[in-house]
Design a protein around this ligand. Structure first.
Ligand code: PNS
Length: 170
């Protein structure tokens, strides 16, 4: 059974994330999309909301499960018995930091990172930019899954931060 983890903050999941997860799901028997729940990071969406959005956005992929973790990614990989991380790589600023993390994870636990070239159609999308554009009323409909679009509407009650990690499930 070949398994990989696609980790991220997913705050919120974007169409770029979904594209990478979809393509990973064609290469691996099982893909775990793992949400980092970091209480010290000021996330826009609660862990529960991020989990729900990611689940809905990947519901069409039968070999993808959604989970959450806190602490070191390599410890999570060890617990789930996965030794490959797949991450999307956009042009520009991603590379240096991603390489550093990949090397650290390899050093710490022998966990390998495979970088997937982002589809050019999505290379300008980031969760941060999506949130900023949506905050000022810009149209992000083509950039995020429907589950996210609904929650980016002003007045949506599910955007508060806080709460613990949702439980793991398929
Ligand atoms: O979506 P992001 O924010 O780019 O994802 C980054 C993430 C979650 C993959 C990375 O920050 C991570 O793995 N964090 C877990 C803590 C950890 O293992 N830190 C050491 C990395 S070498």
């Amino acid at each position: 059974m070949r398994r990989c983890v696609c980790p991220g903050s997913y705050d919120p999941v974007t169409n770029g994330h979904v594209d990478v997860i979809e393509r990973a799901s064609r290469l691996y028997d099982e893909v775990v999309a793992a949400i980092l729940v970091n209480p010290s990071k000021n996330a826009r969406f609660s862990p529960e909301a991020r989990d729900e959005m990611l689940r809905e956005a990947t519901a069409h992929l039968p070999n993808v499960t959604v989970d959450s973790f806190s602490g070191l990614l390599v410890e999570y990989c060890r617990a789930r018995e996965v030794d490959v991380v797949v991450k999307g790589l956009r042009p520009g600023g991603d590379f240096d930091y991603e390489l550093q993390m990949a090397q650290m994870n390899q050093h710490l636990a022998g966990v390998e990172t495979l970088f997937m070239a982002t589809d050019p159609a999505y290379s300008f999308i980031s969760s941060t930019l999506v949130k900023e554009v949506a905050t000022y009323g810009g149209d992000v409909a083509a950039l995020v899954p429907k589950a996210v679009l609904r929650r980016l509407q002003p007045g949506d009650g599910t955007t508060a931060t806080g709460g613990g990690a949702p439980s793991s499930s398929a």
